[in-house]
Design a protein around this ligand. Sequence first.
Ligand code: NMX
Ligand code: MLT
Length: 436
Amino acid sequence: MATLKETLLKKIQEHRPRTTRLVKEFGDVKIGEVTIAQAIGGARGVKCLVTDISYLDPMEGIRFRGMTIPETFEALPKVPGSEYPYVEGFWYLLLTGDVPTDAQVQEVVEDWKARAQVPEYVFDVLRTMPRDTHPMTMFSAAILAMQRESVFAKKYAEGISKMDYWDPMYEDCSTLMARLPQIAAYIYRMKYKGDTPIAPDPDLDMGGNFAHMMGIDKPYDDVARMYFILHSDHESGNVSAHTTHLVASALSDAYYSLSAGINGLAGPLHGLANQEVLRWTQDFMKKLGGEVPTKEGLEKALWDTLNSGQVIPGYGHAVLRKTDPRYTAQREFCLKTPGLKDYPLFQLVSMIFEVAPDVLQQHGKAKNPWPNVDAQSGVIQWYYGVTEYDFYTVLFGVGRALGVLANITWDRALGYAIERPKSVTTDMLEEAAGIK
Ligand code: NMX
Ligand code: MLT
């Protein structure tokens, strides 16, 4: 059996001529134009990134390597006794585009175990930080602290052929993936559970081990697997993926690049929205003395939020124009899980789903009035006892690492250039508009 790395090399060698040909023979072919609104408005819809790892259709939602979310969950080998697949197998799929066999999944499981030992100094760094530091700051700092171990940085300094960059990048990315679950769980237990970290169990897969290190019983292992896979990738233009790609394009290694991407994920318009959703719903329920509100009460609260100039967290999207299938996948998990289905917080989140799209449509600003992934994810965490909602974006970050690290491995394999778009001045825009 070929190893994952051997399979990846074969895929890279097969793919390289496609990229080379496109640039050499068809480099002048236009795939879009840029308007003034796009230049000022966050480059929305500008097609200037390439990835084969996932694609986001506005109406259908995400496909990982061509597969929808249900198809992905269906196709991948499952952990024995679990309903959800190995995260390790999903990593194989993202990197190669192939659904792995059981044996191929086991190779990744074993490889990650061999790389999993988190260096002691990482815990030291975390422990020196004030305990009220946001967990995303801790997570990013822990990743950055490990940069001294980068194989890519070392090989680059020694002098390595451009054709081989992907190899040490793959090594760093695999090591990061193997270590992130323990770092995340350590932050959680140190910060919120009276400083009681739980040692990893080397007999468990990534999702199972994460649940174990969090100190939460089944089916939280399946929740972890589902959560990491759902949050992994959302093509390349979102802030965390784009930032990771941008930083890596300067040939910064995976540690520098992922830490930067995680910092972008920590923004409330991006990953932090899942914490904001919980804060918003909890504040709201508190005002009602813990009662599930009426639809009228909810509608008023939504208008109050909008009228005070704030966004409704968990709603809207820069690309999607329908309900996020990641929202639907998590909603279905709630509906099929006894206890969760009738859980008051889930009922409230479901009621927001009934009321908010109409309110947002009447408000008339958001191009997409439907919920995104963040509107649903916190409820599940809360139900299983992770009520410290500051932590939710760290969970998103462990998942997001899968996508962005697979992407930067391929970036180096295909020799993507340093990213450097061109800026213009306001005078130039006014001249282009014919008003100057
Ligand atoms: N509540 C209130 N107003 C909104 C919302 C919302 N949920 N979504 C968009 N708008 C407003 C937006 O602020 C903008 O207002 P203005 O013209 O005054 O600047 C207007 O509608 C047009 O924005 P769009 O073009 O629809 O959205 P854009 O692509 O700029 O931004 C988001 C996308 C996701 C940043 C935006 O929908 C938002 O702020 N949503 C709430 C935060 C959120 O849920 N973020 C998580 C996204 C998913 N993730 O995990 O990263
Ligand atoms: C994501 O998962 O990155 C978010 O949905 C944001 C995006 O795609 O822009």
